[in-house]
Ligand binder design. Structure first.
Ligand SMILES: Nc1nc2c(ncn2[C@@H]2O[C@H](COP(=O)(O)OP(=O)(O)OP(=O)(O)O)[C@@H](O)[C@H]2O)c(=O)[nH]1
Ligand SMILES: [Zn+2]
Length: 336
């Protein structure tokens, strides 16, 4: 019998995964019987996922299980029946990066913050390019009004100003993802953390199905001290989806309250130490706003239920389609 080991996914390619186990990166494939059966028991792994493998010393190992995720970013994808495409998993902090000059936009920031709380991780707001920005103090004040529960930092990766305090997030066993528009300085920031190595050179060469060599990029870095950094093209696209989709993300205040409740599954209907109820009592959260939020939730629950009904009806068809789509998504990542 093959040896069973655990590791985490550092890159997703067309039909191969890079998995990191005890300081070593190697290739693995999904075990067909587990991942491609009609009653697919396991979620397809994504970057950051902890997986169980049947180790093979002479070739690709086989991934036999995707372990439960503590956090995830996903995107509803109408093309795949069940409709969820997981972008990244198991991160602790979402560094929401926004530039203090041309890119500064509070509405967008609010969406990023809400999406980050919903992912199950902690948002950290990093306002970049202080060296070329104006009215920094005023902008920070505006951000603090919508950032409830998230810490705010201002940095310049060019001068190094403000970078020191962020080092406290770089703990071993913590994982960080970056969320932000193109050009705000995510790569520059990552290179700074990596000691100014050039990210581009971290690419690896892989042979695609037609025998062509394609250069792909690292999707998860491990810093010397063990901190993991996820930087996938999917995260870059996610930023755009969050901005473009029709969902109302303007309830970041309520979501940041809810994560402060004593119980993580608090229903805010009478549990002790409920941050939502106490905000309603002291007036920091108005009744009207709370009711509005509940209404929105009911609507999205109804939507989700409808989707799952449709899904079970089309279960068989969907499963086959999902397999096709997942390889499409992966190949899209490679093109980046
Ligand atoms: N003045 C100034 N420029 C910066 C700073 N950080 C990044 N830049 C510049 O901003 C530009 C974009 O930076 P990137 O790090 O590539 O931005 P990105 O967020 O990774 O962008 P994408 O790769 O498109 O997602 C580059 O020209 C950087 O040199 C900063 O703190 N101050
Ligand atoms: Zn509560």
């Amino acid at each position: 019998m093959k040896e069973r080991i655990e590791g985490f996914v550092t890159a997703v390619h067309r039909d191969r995964y890079e998995v990191y186990v005890n300081g070593e990166n190697f290739y693995a494939r999904l075990k067909t019987g587990v991942y491609y059966s009609d009653e697919r028991e396991e979620e397809f792994p994504t970057v950051g996922d902890n997986v169980v493998l049947a180790y093979n010393s002479t070739g690709d190992s086989l991934i036999i299980k995707t372990k439960e995720r503590k956090s995830k970013f996903s995107r509803k994808d109408p093309d795949i029946g069940k409709g969820e495409q997981i972008i990244a998993a198991n991160f602790d902090y979402v560094f929401i990066m926004m530039s203090l000059n041309f890119d500064f936009n509070l509405k967008r920031l609010e969406r990023y913050i809400t999406a980050s709380w919903q992912s199950g991780a902690q948002p950290v707001i990093v306002l970049t390019k202080t060296d070329i920005a104006e009215d920094v103090e005023k902008k920070v004040e505006l951000v603090s009004q919508i950032a409830l529960g998230a810490d705010i930092y201002t940095v310049s990766t060019i001068t190094g100003e403000g970078m020191e305090p962020l080092k406290k997030y770089l703990e071993p066993d913590k994982t960080i993802v970056f969320l932000g528009s193109s050009g705000v300085g995510k790569s520059t920031f990552t290179n700074y953390l990596l000691g100014r190595e050039v990210m581009e050179t971290a690419g690896i060469r892989e042979e695609d199905s037609k025998g062509h060599h394609t250069t792909t990029h690292r999707q998860l870095f491990v810093l010397d001290n063990g901190t993991k950094i996820i930087d996938t093209p999917g995260m870059r696209e996610l930023g755009m989806w969050i901005v473009e989709d029709g969902m109302d993300y303007s309830f970041s205040d309520i979501i940041s309250l809810a994560v402060q409740c004593r119980f993580s599954d608090c229903t805010h209907t009478g549990e002790p130490d409920c941050a939502v109820r106490s905000a309603l009592q002291n007036g920091t959260l108005t009744d009207a706003r709370w009711k509005n939020y509940l209404k929105l939730q009911r609507e999205s629950d109804f939507q989700a239920e409808k989707e799952s009904r449709n899904k079970s009806r089309e279960s068989k068809k969907t499963n086959k389609k999902m397999v096709r789509n997942s390889s499409k998504v992966n190949s899209k990542m490679e093109e980046w």
